[in-house]
Design a protein around this ligand. Structure first.
Ligand SMILES: Nc1ncnc2c1ncn2[C@@H]1O[C@H](COP(=O)(O)OP(=O)(O)OP(=O)(O)O)[C@@H](O)[C@H]1O
Length: 250
């Protein structure tokens, strides 16, 4: 689904690369979390995938084709929900369809209503985003991301600003969505427990410049409950990931 082939990138004006000959791939339907130190370049990977930035060398493929020239191949959800306060919740959700300009107003409205139903916000369609709780806003932002119609979703720490209990509910909710929709998700988090709970595989960025990502399989299938986090394999994996990240601190 997503493939980096020997990608090298440095920000203009920086005389060292942030990633050097980086290669990795994500298969269709996977839920992969990316963990690594602050500033190691995780969000930069997303900016490269959605073409806000261009690699200095190497290529990025989605569905086997170079992303240059492709459109609407990924949906991106940032840490803050970035809902527009002057638009209703439904108007926010239908924004990607307006930008694509392919559907009539009636069709856009129907699609947005379906998406709001999917995320349990039908009753809130005509409210302003300011009237929603933090978790509801993130659900609306997720619905908007899904409205891009892309099978590849890039989620950049989407729950980090939420309180702990809301975060737990949102993780459960996101897994349900993923199991229903079968999208491919690449999810950035600083929270090792979140990574182990959500993903089938964790990618660890262990160095700067990033020359490779270590890939660690999560030893549990789906549906995934919080009880599974108490299984020895899951506890061991969590400790192993913390150790790997700590080693880089030392
Ligand atoms: N526009 C820019 N120009 C120059 N340097 C930048 C720019 N954006 C980011 N950087 C630098 O690139 C490095 C990687 O940034 P990036 O946001 O990808 O890291 P990250 O791993 O996502 O960090 P965090 O976990 O804190 O969000 C950082 O050192 C950052 O200061």
């Amino acid at each position: 689904m997503l493939q980096f082939n020997d990608v090298t990138f440095s920000y203009p004006g920086k005389n060292f690369p942030l990633m050097q000959d980086l290669s990795f791939q994500i298969k269709k339907g996977e839920f992969v979390c990316l963990v690594g130190h602050s500033g190691c370049g995780k969000s930069t990977i997303f900016r490269l995938v959605n073409q806000l930035l261009t690699p200095n060398q190497g290529e990025i493929l989605v569905n086997g084709k170079n992303i240059a020239g492709q459109k609407n191949y990924c949906g991106y959800m940032p840490q803050s929900d970035l809902l527009f306060p002057w638009r209703s919740v439904k108007e926010n959700v239908m924004l990607p369809l307006e930008i694509q300009g392919k559907l009539s107003a009636k069709e856009r409205n129907e699609k947005a209503e379906e998406a709001l139903q999917m995320v349990g916000l039908s009753e809130w369609a005509d409210k302003s985003p300011a009237e929603l709780s933090g978790g509801m806003r993130q659900r609306a932002a997720f619905a908007r991301t899904v409205m891009t119609g892309s099978d590849l979703l890039l989620l950049d720490e989407p729950f980090s600003a939420l309180d702990y209990l809301t975060r737990l509910s949102m993780r459960e909710w996101l897994l349900q969505q993923w199991e229903q929709d079968k999208k491919t998700i690449l999810f950035i988090t600083h929270d090792v427990e979140e990574a182990v709970y959500l993903s089938n595989r964790v990618l660890v960025a262990e160095e700067i410049p990033m020359t490779s990502l270590s890939s660690v399989e999560v030893p549990a299938g789906y549906p995934r409950t919080r009880e599974r986090m108490r299984e020895p394999g899951m506890l061991l994996l969590k400790e192993e990931l913390i150790d790997r990240l700590r080693r880089k601190d030392g």
